[in-house]
Design a protein around this ligand. Structure first.
Ligand code: FEO
Length: 171
């Protein structure tokens, strides 16, 4: 059984993961309209992953005797200044998510809720990977600069970056 304090904190994280999914979905749609098909596929996939992060939390809260609350969401921005500023926004967002996960871990330790603490370790690892991936994408975009041919290849190959980071090559 989770305490009301832990339940509230976990539900705040449900909201943040749902917002993440929504923001990346808006980014994916923008990229698709702009014709950046690889970037768009990458962001649609990322949006789906965030929804899974949300769902895992909802199910955990419910299994532990709480109630996972499905939040109301705000409409994300529809316009982005370019692919690089978009990914800088992704990185800043993921850094914020990591900070919130760390706060949750801290609350669990203070409340001596070791079950939830254990559950959250998956999110701790996931955040390391997500931040690394966003940094890797930004590094590539910095290298490419204004080179249109470079950007064409980047857009074509962006989905393979994720596999490289997962395999530990991106850190
Ligand atoms: Fe699930 Fe990227 O935070």
């Amino acid at each position: 059984m989770i305490s009301p304090k832990i339940e509230k904190a976990l539900n705040q994280q449900v909201q943040l993961e749902a917002e993440s999914s929504q923001i990346y979905l808006a980014m994916a749609s923008w990229a698709e309209v702009e014709g950046y098909n690889g970037v768009s596929d990458f962001l649609y996939k990322h949006s789906d992953e965030e929804r899974i992060h949300m769902l895992k939390l909802v199910k955990f809260i419910n299994e532990r005797g709480g109630h996972g609350v499905i939040p109301k969401l705000e409409q994300p921005s529809m316009k982005y200044k370019g692919v690089r500023p978009l990914f800088e926004q992704v990185l800043n967002h993921e850094i914020h998510v990591s900070e919130e996960i760390n706060k949750l871990v801290d609350i669990c330790l203070k409340e001596k809720d070791y079950t939830t603490h254990n559950f959250l370790q998956w999110y701790v690892s996931e955040q390391i990977e997500e931040e690394a991936l966003a940094r890797r994408v930004i590094d590539k975009l910095k290298l490419i600069g204004d080179d249109k041919g470079g950007f064409y290849l980047f857009d074509r190959d962006i989905l393979t970056l994720e596999a490289a980071v997962s395999a530990g090559k991106g850190k």
